[in-house]
Design a protein around this ligand. Structure first.
Ligand code: 8IG
Length: 274
């Protein structure tokens, strides 16, 4: 298998994202996308409700997405057109930091989305909830984040402003669709282990409300590329120690399955309103 060009330290990740965007244009027949959407666990049904899927392409055929020497499934990218003609690039291929391939690979889909022309990046995930009032199956907006990964997608002296990272304009748009949407601060841990109860208490003390393993690094990269970011977490479980019982992967999957139609419809309505 050909090596991933992102793994060459001398390569420019933005140039590779441009090549990836050329692949997306060629394989989808769509030159320019307006909005990009990364689907996390629990959000998978949203793509169908957004509009008409005009192309589905294996991520492995797009530059930089290929995973050499690893049997993992790289997922798909989809091009969807909404009723009003907005072109949405739906990314069903997320690379996590805990996979160990480095931050460039983690944020490559975001940089590719920007290179296709997308001005808005919608990031969704499944996550643990720290707020005691939250229940599994509840979607919440991300208002800000704590990056606890000790990693950054920025290379060199790139001083990117993150003051309004999770766009207040887009959060207001989401709340016009569903005024009951709560919001909170997302804490990204490296994972893949879930937190200890002490780590969850730490996150709460630091001002965190949501614990996850994906979105903060992607949001930073999106902002660096000039995109506006909207973030949603599906609370699939209460964070460790918040609930009296241990975290069960089955509970997480079940909450996701139950919530999926509801939150997917919500997401489609929000994106349709942007
Ligand atoms: I789903 O409780 C899901 N993803 N870090 N903690 C972290 N990530 C998660 C959790 C959680 N639940």
């Amino acid at each position: 298998m050909t090596p991933n060009p992102l793994d060459d330290p001398a390569a420019d990740p933005f140039e590779i994202a441009r090549l990836a965007a050329d692949d997306v244009a060629r394989l989808t027949g769509v030159e320019h996308h307006d909005i990009a959407l990364t689907l996390g666990s629990g959000w998978g049904k949203a793509a169908e409700l957004l509009g008409e899927t005009t192309a589905t392409i294996p991520a492995a055929e797009v530059t930089g997405f290929s995973a050499p020497a690893l049997a993992g499934h790289p997922g798909t990218l989809r091009s969807v057109v909404t009723a009003t003609g907005v072109r949405v690039l739906v990314i069903g291929a997320r690379t996590h930091l805990y996979e160990g391939h480095g931050v460039r690979r983690v944020v490559h889909s975001v940089r590719t989305a920007a290179a296709t022309g997308a001005r808005i990046m919608v990031l969704t995930n499944g996550a643990g909830g720290i707020r005691e009032s939250w229940r599994p199956g509840q979607p919440v907006l991300i208002s800000d984040h704590l990056n606890l990964t000790a990693a950054s997608p920025l290379e060199g002296a790139s001083f990117v402003d993150l003051t309004d990272l999770y766009s207040s304009r887009l959060r207001e748009a989401a709340r016009r669709v569903d005024p009951t949407l709560d919001e909170g601060v997302y804490c990204q841990f490296r994972g893949p282990q879930y937190e200890t109860p002490a780590e969850v208490r730490m996150a709460r003390t630091l001002g965190g409300h949501i614990v996850g393993m994906s979105t903060a690094l992607e949001a930073i990269a999106a902002r660096q590329s000039g995109m506006e970011v909207l973030g949603f977490s599906l609370i699939t479980n209460l964070a460790a120690g918040i609930s009296p019982t241990a975290l069960s992967h089955e509970e997480v999957l079940e909450a996701g399955r139950t919530a999926e139609p509801v939150i997917s419809a919500l997401l489609a309505r929000v994106i349709g309103s942007l």
